[in-house]
Design a binder for this molecule. Sequence first.
Ligand SMILES: [Zn+2]
Length: 169
Amino acid sequence: MRAVTEAEIRASFVNASKGEAKRANLPDLDGIEWDGRDYFGWIDPKREQQSYATFVVETEDGDAVRALLLRRGTPPKERRKLLCSWCQDITATDNVTLYVAPRAGTSGRVGNTVGTSICTDFSCSRNARRVPNAMEVQDEAERVAWQELRVAQLRERSRHFLDLISETA
Ligand SMILES: [Zn+2]
């Protein structure tokens, strides 16, 4: 994805009030490597119960930034492995967090949310590009196709969630 600015992120929340968007704490964006990312997610450094994910999406007028507010869900009583619903990497199941995202508009203001599970450190883009093991691909020729497919699937699943949250029916 291309680099995004703090102003772009704050102006692009689909499911947060203006006040929430203003209060969001952002990391230092100068240190971020944007290449090889399908989205940019981070935990609020001052309020760990809140996280955010930012996307650059294609629109008819070029690209547009969209940001999601995510609230940490209730963790299961027993510690168990979870699959990240965005990258679905079977090697990253120890470090996945349950989130609920308020829906956009009136629906969200009356408390409607959608749940999802995402890698705790938002490492989905890295996971999708990891080197496959011998069980996953047989030879080098398959490796490139495997990684491309995983990147495409990550983009599709995470954007599907973004679309679901953004619907204001
Ligand atoms: Zn993931």
